[in-house]
Design a protein. Structure first.
Length: 321
């Protein structure tokens, strides 16, 4: 990625009074153990989001900024709890939220759930599918079956189009060493099935994973994740940013504090980023490369390519699945 592309993202960042994107962890459990994810070595307790916590958050988002992009995962697979997921969606819709989004590994998005999914109020579902060939896909998506995931996503696309549902369906490809030669085949496959295709770089998750992204620190920009996005773990704790996957640097709890006040508390870090005073960022930011990954290529079927978009506009890459 060149400096102009990063600076184009940086130009979209500023002081936001409320997060542009909000991720709430429906469950911290997962059925996979992907190699590019921090979940396989996650130490914090795993549990499931109490519906009442979502209600509290949804009510505030609806009152303050109903267009906020809401995501129902941070670290975990939401379709392990499909009834809760659909209930949360329905509640979000009932209070007027305008952007309800799901990120999934796709293994459990089976056809028996498709009609409920298409009717639950979701605006977008993203399938994390990092490969076209079975060998590379299953190397990275450990415990997944490439053919099951492809079948689930293809059948959902067909059912969506059959019913004329407005649900946006996207497949997301994380480029890594052993799948990079499959990108063109992948694009053609999914565009032909009426999916939006997104191709993105790998996250380091706060510097925990080696990504091989060769971008110089001299080209550093304010971290788009820190500036645009807020996360709430299933137990209500709020980490400093998406790189704080264990909540080692948590800044309060959504059970006890308003999202507005929690976001304000995190403002001290956003100010440092925006001032480009990088030496004074917390230690984790010095090894994390996720500030480099705020852009992606997006292709729409029968439409124009969208090579780079600012993270907070319509991009959906923070969640793990
Ligand atoms: S660069 Fe810093 S603020 Fe951004 S994700 Fe990494 S650790 Fe978090
Ligand atoms: S990337 Fe998603 S599906 Fe894979 S281990 Fe992480 S949370 Fe689970």
């Amino acid at each position: 990625m060149s400096t102009p592309e990063l600076e184009r993202i940086a130009a979209t960042l500023g002081k936001f009074h409320f997060p542009k994107k909000f991720a709430i962890e429906l469950t911290a459990e997962c059925n996979l153990a992907c190699t590019m994810c921090h979940h396989p070595f996650m130490k914090r307790p795993k549990g499931t989001l109490p519906f009442e916590l979502w209600q509290k958050c949804a009510d505030e988002i609806a009152a303050v900024a109903p267009k906020t992009e809401v995501w129902f995962s941070f670290c975990g697979e939401p379709f392990l709890e499909p009834e809760l997921l659909f209930r949360c969606m329905d509640y979000g819709r009932s209070v007027g939220l305008k952007s309800l989004n799901i990120n999934t590994n796709g293994m459990l998005v089976t056809p028996d759930l498709h009609d409920d999914l298409l009717n639950c109020g979701a605006h977008l579902i993203v399938f994390g599918i990092d490969g076209f060939k079975k060998a590379s896909f299953e190397k990275y998506r450990v415990n997944a079956d490439r053919d099951v995931v492809y079948d689930n996503a293809e059948r959902l696309l067909a059912r969506r189009d059959e019913l004329g549902s407005a649900l946006a369906i996207q497949t997301q490809f994380i480029v890594m060493d052993e799948n990079e030669d499959e990108v063109e085949q992948y694009k053609a496959h999914w565009l032909a099935r009426n999916a939006v295709v997104k191709v993105r770089r790998q996250l380091s998750w706060g510097g925990q994973l080696e990504t091989g992204l060769g971008i110089s620190q001299d080209d550093r920009i304010p971290c788009p994740w820190a500036i645009t996005m807020m996360h709430v773990f299933w137990d209500g704790r709020v980490p400093r940013c998406s790189g704080d996957t264990e909540g080692e640097d948590f800044h309060g709890n959504a059970w006890h504090d308003s999202l507005t006040s929690l976001w304000a508390r995190l403002g001290q870090y956003r100010d440092i980023h925006l001032a480009r005073d990088y030496d004074n960022l917390p230690e984790r930011c010095h090894t994390c490369t996720d500030w480099m990954t705020g852009a992606a290529e997006r292709l729409r079927p029968n439409s124009q390519d969208v090579p780079v978009e600012p993270t907070w506009q319509r991009l959906n890459v923070v969640q793990s699945s």
